[in-house]
Design a protein around this ligand. Structure first.
Ligand code: 5GP
Ligand code: ZN
Length: 116
């Protein structure tokens, strides 16, 4: 998609620090890292949100997770631990509407959700 920042990164129009690339998936460092390791794993195909994933694409999600775990090992955070998260739409905090998974680690991230 022409006005999508992640499509531009995938196509190399916008620079990024890529850490993984194949025909289906690209991973690059987040520009505003919340932890020492913060990588975004994105499908090459422009899929706006989690809500837009068709059942036939279930394998893509599995591959995205596997790519994230591989990068976690390469970055040395597999044993210390990390978090994988995906934000969906406004209440989920999604800012870029090209599907992506965050892999965050390298520090103690604490509890994800505060108890009410
Ligand atoms: P979201 O809130 O949509 O789940 O996360 C979007 C992420 O994309 C944010 O963590 C943000 O820092 C990152 N981001 C936004 N623009 C760019 C960019 O141009 N380059 C890179 N590498 N990351 C970006
Ligand atoms: Zn896109």
């Amino acid at each position: 998609m022409s006005d999508c920042i992640f499509c531009k990164i995938i196509e190399g129009e916008i620079p990024s620090e890529k850490v993984y690339e194949d025909e289906e998936i690209v991973a690059f460092k987040d520009i505003d890292p919340r932890a020492p390791v913060h990588v975004l794993v994105v499908p090459v195909e422009h899929i706006p949100t989690l809500n837009d994933i068709e059942p036939a694409k279930d394998a893509l999600l599995g591959r995205m997770v596997l790519v994230a775990t591989r990068i976690a090992r390469e970055k040395g955070v597999a044993e210390s631990g990390y978090r994988i998260l995906m934000n969906c739409n406004k209440d989920g905090g999604q800012e870029v509407f090209h599907l992506h998974l965050h892999m965050i680690g390298g520090r103690n991230l604490g509890s994800m959700v505060r108890r009410a």
